[in-house]
Design a protein around this ligand. Structure first.
Ligand code: ADP
Ligand code: MG
Length: 237
């Protein structure tokens, strides 16, 4: 007999924080542009996953979020789709350079996956996405960043290298995502993560995702997020 209790536990969602927007049931409820709805349809995403139902309206309202969920719950779209809305909402910024959305991930594989996912949704809106991680030529990356982008997906070490080389600045960044924060800490990226956060204006929107919340990650969240909504999916540590 299947263990229904364990299954239900894995689906349980807990949301805490002040004045939390109501969850959505459909992508139509999110008020996305025609371009974005077309891109979602192209991915054959019929309806938002449970974490997307909760997170999309909260992130779209501009709130900071701590998302605690295991892999496979659909976290990427829950930060990429609102990031595209956020970027399309910006007034023309003239000659100011650098990405508006910054996504940090622990490994090049994860950064690459997020990059591919972001590109699928961003392209139709004319938003440029760049990937920055080790194992690629620094010169090629430098040139690509110099050409400009609105979203950068990066591992922390290589992003710091690129900032030092003046390939990009964080002056225009207003939307920051730290994905798999616990793994970034496990890999020793805490100083790099803190350095990146320190270069982005404090009135940014910040989203932090993690499968677990060890004390060090909890401390970082308290320091860098403002009035966050905490979304927990399933029984996670
Ligand atoms: P996580 O970051 O939580 O591990 P991902 O964002 O990588 O999860 O998503 C896991 C998989 O589910 C990916 O293949 C993604 O394309 C797919 N996916 C995400 N959202 C939806 C959705 N609403 N409907 C169908 N598939 C989805
Ligand atoms: Mg993920």
């Amino acid at each position: 007999e299947p263990d229904v209790t364990e299954y239900k536990k894995s689906l349980a969602i807990h949301v805490s924080g002040f004045d939390v927007p109501r969850p959505v049931k459909t992508f139509e409820d999110c008020g996305f542009s025609v371009e974005l709805m077309k891109a979602i349809a192209k991915q054959a995403y019929e309806r938002p996953t449970p974490i997307q139902c909760q997170a999309l309206p909260i992130v779209l309202s501009g709130r900071d979020v701590i998302g605690i969920a295991k892999t496979g719950s659909g976290k990427t779209a829950s930060f990429v789709l609102p990031m595209i809305v956020h970027i399309m909402d910006q007034p023309e910024l003239g000659k100011e350079e650098g990405p508006i959305g910054v996504i940090c991930a622990p490994t090049r594989e994860l950064a690459h996956q997020i990059y591919l996912e972001a590109k699928k949704f961003a392209r139709a809106s004319g938003i440029r996405v760049s990937a920055v991680y080790g194992g690629m030529s620094k010169l090629d990356q430098f040139k690509e960043l110099k050409a400009g982008c609105e979203i950068v997906v990066a591992t922390p070490g290589r992003l710091i290298d690129m900032i030092k080389m003046k390939a990009l600045t964080m002056l225009r960044a207003t939307y920051l995502v730290l994905d798999e924060a616990d793994r970034m800490f496990d890999l020793g990226f805490e100083p790099q993560v803190r350095s990146i956060v320190g270069q982005i204006r404090p009135d940014r929107q910040t989203l932090l995702f993690s499968a677990t919340m060890p004390r060090k990650v909890e401390k970082l969240a308290r320091e860098i997020l403002t009035d966050p909504v905490r979304i927990t999916v399933g029984e996670v540590g």
